[in-house]
Design a protein around this ligand. Structure first.
Ligand SMILES: *Cc1c(COP(=O)(O)O)cnc(C)c1O
Length: 495
């Protein structure tokens, strides 16, 4: 199998080239030239396997230049018991007869980013070796919270890698800041920057396009790379859990072989729901993909009208990992829905760059509307969904997952579609204690790490291990800089 760019399908890349390069030179994203299909009895066979074995099988269909023993070693390390607090890795929790929650937050940082970022370092370093490239990878990340922490946990102490994370000094939750300041590992660095997330992201983009810095690092055998969700090595591990969820339902008799399900995903950069789309294309019986947004509902409008328009007010919400107005991975979907029309995709992306908006052609709009349903939840609706699930089902969910539940309930009421549905649950509620506490009716909130104890006491649910240990960990990274100083931080870090 070879890979092409969404903006130029003439050039062919091996899986290792696509993963180590990350982004194509003309700005496009890599994807397989054609998607593999699951053979007839694959789901029946996979249903009796462990998560790791399922991952080896699915990833192997896409990574034709990797051996089974390589993939077996990576999945053992990435998804092993030292990293995940349940052997199921991504368990499916039954909420009611027709609603199941795919819990993607049992990894080391308690958010779904772990599912991909535990695997990416192995795929990336193996890809470099396969390309006979022995440079050290330095991963630079701008984070609004979840990605940076998950990337550091994935890359910590992985040979031939370094990772440096920048986050906005006053733009992350207290728990998130504490998670980053106490990060362990010999090859990691963390620095907060005065400003908001956009300032930090702009700063990191400038570092990537700084030719002088790049040339100097090149001499030292260092190559700058990114860990954000445009890398194919992040999308691929996410396909696995949708296949796995269906296998679990089959194994437990919740669906009959071939019975369709719907999938509902809280969406920001469109990476997670794109993986569900790929699982569907591979042959997993998924009928509808339900795309759930918060008040930054640019995708709701796009899927309903065919016009993507990022020229709108930006809201800071209680589901901050979905506060995004440019959903980068949508480009891969447009490529598939236009049957690989790279010229058209490049045209849409040029318009987006120039004007902040584009409208897809009629053929694509029709396909979008048959595949996807879309909706959004405002802040009150998000909290109400948390409260309702807690009261009625005794099931505690985080703010992002709550957005999905709200959208699913509305979708069911409006469409009458009662298909069994898997909701992607993307974070532990303990990562967003304050909003969750308020949603279940607590008004007098504790401060800082004491919020974790408070949520645990009120609900009787144990604090996840990686968060419970935070308070006793020494703070290693206290520094903060102005955004003009970010380059000197990189230089100091790589000395
Ligand atoms: C990143 C993130 C999302 C959004 O995922 P995308 O792949 O960007 O759509 C949703 N919830 C949580 C908790 C996240 O960290």
């Amino acid at each position: 199998m070879y890979y092409v760019s969404t903006r130029n399908k003439k050039l062919e890349f091996t899986p290792a080239q696509a993963i180590s390069q990350g982004l194509s030179r003309e700005g496009g994203l890599f994807l397989p030239a054609s998607l593999p299909r699951l053979p007839g009895h694959a789901l029946e066979n996979l249903k009796n396997m462990s998560y790791q074995q399922r991952a080896v099988y699915i990833m192997g269909l896409y990574l034709t230049h990797f051996t089974t023993s390589e993939l077996t070693a990576y999945t053992a390390k990435a998804y092993g018991p030292e990293k995940f607090d349940t052997r199921a890795v991504a368990p499916v929790h039954r909420v009611d007869d027709k609603t199941y929650c795919l819990e993607l937050w049992h990894g080391p940082t308690c958010a779904f980013k772990d599912m991909a970022l535990q695997m990416l370092p192995y795929l990336l370093t193996a890809s470099m070796r396969k390309n006979y490239d022995n440079r050290t990878v330095c991963v630079l990340v701008a984070t609004s919270g979840d990605t940076g922490k998950a990337a550091m946990e994935g890359f910590r102490d992985v040979d031939q890698t370094r990772i440096l994370v920048f986050y906005p000094k006053d733009g992350v939750s207290e728990v998130q800041a504490l998670q980053m300041k106490t990060q362990e590992g010999e090859n990691v660095g963390v620095c907060s920057v005065v400003g908001n997330f956009d300032d930090v992201q702009t700063g990191v983009k400038q570092l990537f396009s700084d030719e002088e810095l790049r040339a100097q690092l090149e001499k030292e055998g260092i190559f700058l790379s990114s860990a954000n969700s445009i890398n194919w090595g992040r999308v691929l591990p996410q396909i696995v859990y949708y296949v796995s969820a269906y296998c679990d339902l089959l194994r437990d008799g919740a669906v009959a072989p071939g019975e369709p399900i719907n999938v509902c995903v809280p969406t920001g950069n469109f990476g997670n729901i794109l993986a569900a789309y790929y699982a569907r294309e591979m042959g997993v019986p998924i009928a509808r993909l339900i795309c759930a947004s918060n008040s930054n509902n640019v995708l709701t409008d796009f899927l309903q009208t065919g016009t993507y328009d990022k020229n709108r007010t930006f809201f800071n919400t209680i589901s901050p990992s979905m506060d995004i107005l440019i959903s980068s991975n949508l480009e891969r979907l447009l490529y598939s829905l236009s049957d690989g029309d790279d010229r058209r995709v490049a045209g849409y992306m040029e318009q987006l760059n120039a004007t902040g908006a584009y409208t897809v052609d009629e053929d694509i709009r029709k396909k979008l509307q048959s595949l996807f349903a879309a909706g959004y939840a405002n802040e009150e609706e998000t909290k109400a969904a948390i409260g309702r699930l807690w009261q009625e089902q005794n099931y505690l969910i985080d703010t992002h997952t709550a957005v999905a539940f709200h959208v699913l309930e509305r979708y069911r009421a409006e469409s009458g579609d009662e298909t069994t549905t898997v909701v992607a649950s993307t974070a532990s509620p303990f990562k967003f204690c304050d909003a969750v506490l308020e949603a279940i009716g607590v008004t007098d909130l504790a401060q800082g790490a004491a919020l974790l104890d408070q949520l645990s006491e009120v609900t009787g649910i144990a604090i996840p291990r990686p968060l419970a240990g935070l308070r006793d960990k020494p703070v290693r990274f206290e520094g903060w800089v102005q955004k003009e100083q970010m380059k000197s931080v990189v230089n100091g870090f790589l000395k």
